[in-house]
Design a protein around this ligand. Sequence first.
Ligand code: MRU
Length: 357
Amino acid sequence: MKKESTHPPIISWEGQAVGLLDQTLLPHEEKFILCDTLPALWEAIKSLRVRGAPAIGVSAAYGVVLAAELCRTMDPDVFAREVHEGIDYLATSRPTAVNLFWALERMRGCLDSMAGSGVAQQKAHLLEEARRIEAENNQVCETLSEAGANLLKDGFRVITHCNAGGLACGNFYGTALGVILKASEQGKRISVYADETRPLLQGSRLTAYELHKAGVPVTLLCDNMAGHVMRTIGVDAVIFGADRIAANGDTANKIGSYSLSVLAREHGVPVYVAAPLSTVDFTLSSGELIPIEVRNSAEVAGFAGIRTAPEGVEVYNPAFDVTPARYITAIITEAGVLYPPFEKSLGRLAPGYSTVS
Ligand code: MRU
């Protein structure tokens, strides 16, 4: 049976502001905030009020609509220059999730295609494009979830890392959690181990919240328990999302995904990455080239404003790691389930690919 959406709205265009469900407050408070300036939206992306690669992309697309609405000029050239500046500014918010740049570049292309038109017409066109990006993203998430669900058999015990659910995508299904939701809609009994995902606990705060609400059995684990669970209880699949996938299949995702994949290999557990094609960066030949966000030391040295580490101690806080393609069993996309060698299976889906040589 199809699961009903239990989410409050996650991202919406509110006329003069981008509306967001503040994910830093979940699961205790479902608060919708309005970002009516570009710095407010930039801060919301930076501080993970909106997070997850596809959701960052959709909110940034509406951010461009906001940049346009905030322009007071009626001169099309001045307008275009100011919106371009807004796009460049939003692009500085977070470096790893390629969906941010993908969505901003689509909005830039839309703006450029309207050069010479009146300001009101350009604003309307930008809003249409942002709405199209959102609608396509929703469809793509559902399609890939359906494609991946066939990989999960009745009774499967699955480990997931971070949050690749609806919250991360601005819709109901999401990606990795969408695969799980679709499999359970098909009547399969799927149970999930959710890594808590230090330092910011997306697994505990968000994945457990989403699966619990959807009625999917979920058991919370500290990140360092996965190996023990694989060895003593048994796990049938690892599934997580992606922030950026290189052309060879190397995948950047939340820090800890790499260690989980290495453990899975040791225990003969398949590793599935679920992501839309907008997360594939065909310009990068390998994961070595993916920029990894290094975040504030306070996130590791304490939690919720309470310091837990000694004052003055050195902290390293990379937010993502790269799982080499050799650890990945398959990549689940809206174009179907792709298998190694990913250079070929992904390559065939690259923009401009042609079978005619
Ligand atoms: O730092 P975050 O919370 O934005 O990191 C999110 C992740 O790593 C997700 O797993 C990834 O974006 C996939 S979301 C469908």
